[in-house]
Write a protein that binds this ligand. Structure first.
Ligand SMILES: Nc1ncnc2c1ncn2[C@@H]1O[C@H](COP(=O)(O)OP(=O)(O)O)[C@@H](O)[C@H]1O
Ligand SMILES: [Mg+2]
Length: 258
């Protein structure tokens, strides 16, 4: 059974894209086959992992606008071994023109309905990266998912961002009853900053076991790697960033019972 994990937060700049690509990298090192879906019109994940734009034929926008197209027909290879992507671009900003729940309530299940048998059988994991907003694509990214992770950075908005995101995911759970929270992931954690320690403590109190044990610490190599279109594992196996995402992959597998 394919596990479909969505990275979701109504707040931007909290590590959704970084986690998507490096978790895919960690899974691929364990010989799992992974499909990334870039459901963010900003296309940061696409920018990071697609080596040659000429290779892109179909995008998420094509997928949702052409009734005939299925997920496995919209796949582009990435520079990460064993990892493909359904890429996105700015066209996806028009998603709400194509998918309108007011006129068609089933439009919140568009991605799910297009996930064909071939895609379900070919990949062990599908990781969906989203835009930091409540929009039709993010809702689709949660209706297609079997589970989700809420990435956070330890800034003063942490608690509120998680609460708002959870409320949203809970609402979508009414339409997708198999949806489960894997947990809240602290990323870009800098122990030298007082605010980081304070917010981590607050999060531990507030969210207790919902908080994942893995903490991804600040590691500039993670940022540099993404600029080079690489996961931290491809960039430099000696970097401590590798340990964090390896740990995360183990914890996610454990939580999913894999
Ligand atoms: N562990 C980390 N160490 C250093 N920089 C990080 C780390 N995690 C994320 N970043 C950087 O923080 C910024 C926001 O992360 P990103 O994954 O793009 O967030 P989102 O997708 O939620 O908007 C990016 O510039 C990214 O490179
Ligand atoms: Mg992003």
């Amino acid at each position: 059974m394919v596990h479909i994990i969505t990275m979701v937060s109504i707040k931007g700049g909290v590590g959704k894209t970084t986690t998507s690509m490096n978790l895919a990298g960690a899974f691929s090192r364990k010989e799992y086959s992974v499909l990334l879906i870039d459901a963010d019109f900003q296309g940061n994940l696409t920018d990071a992992v697609v080596e040659d734009y000429e290779q892109i034929d179909k995008t998420v926008f094509d997928l949702i606008s052409d009734e005939q197209l299925l997920v496995s027909e919209c796949v582009t290879p990435t520079g990460i071994p064993g990892v493909d992507i359904v890429p996105s671009d700015l066209q996806l900003m028009q998603a709400n023109r194509v998918l309108d729940p007011e006129s068609d309530p089933m439009s919140v299940f568009c991605l799910k309905n297009k996930l064909d048998e071939h895609a379900r059988n070919h990949y062990d994991f599908i990781i969906v990266d989203t835009h930091p907003d409540i929009n039709i694509m993010t809702t689709n990214s949660l209706t297609v998912a079997t589970s989700y992770i809420i990435p956070v950075f330890t800034d003063r908005h942490l608690i509120r961002a998680v609460q708002m995101t959870s409320d949203y995911a809970d609402k979508v759970s009414q339409a997708n009853t198999e949806l489960e929270e894997i947990g809240i992931l602290i990323g870009n954690y800098d122990a030298r900053k007082k605010i980081s320690g304070l917010m981590k403590e607050k999060a531990e109190k507030f969210f207790s076991e919902r908080l994942l044990n893995t903490i991804v610490h600040t590691n500039t190599a993670i940022e540099k790697a993404a600029l080079d279109g690489q996961t931290i594992f491809q960039y430099d196996l000696r970097e401590r960033g590798c340990k964090f995402f390896k740990c995360l992959a183990e914890e996610v597998l454990h939580k999913l019972g894999v």
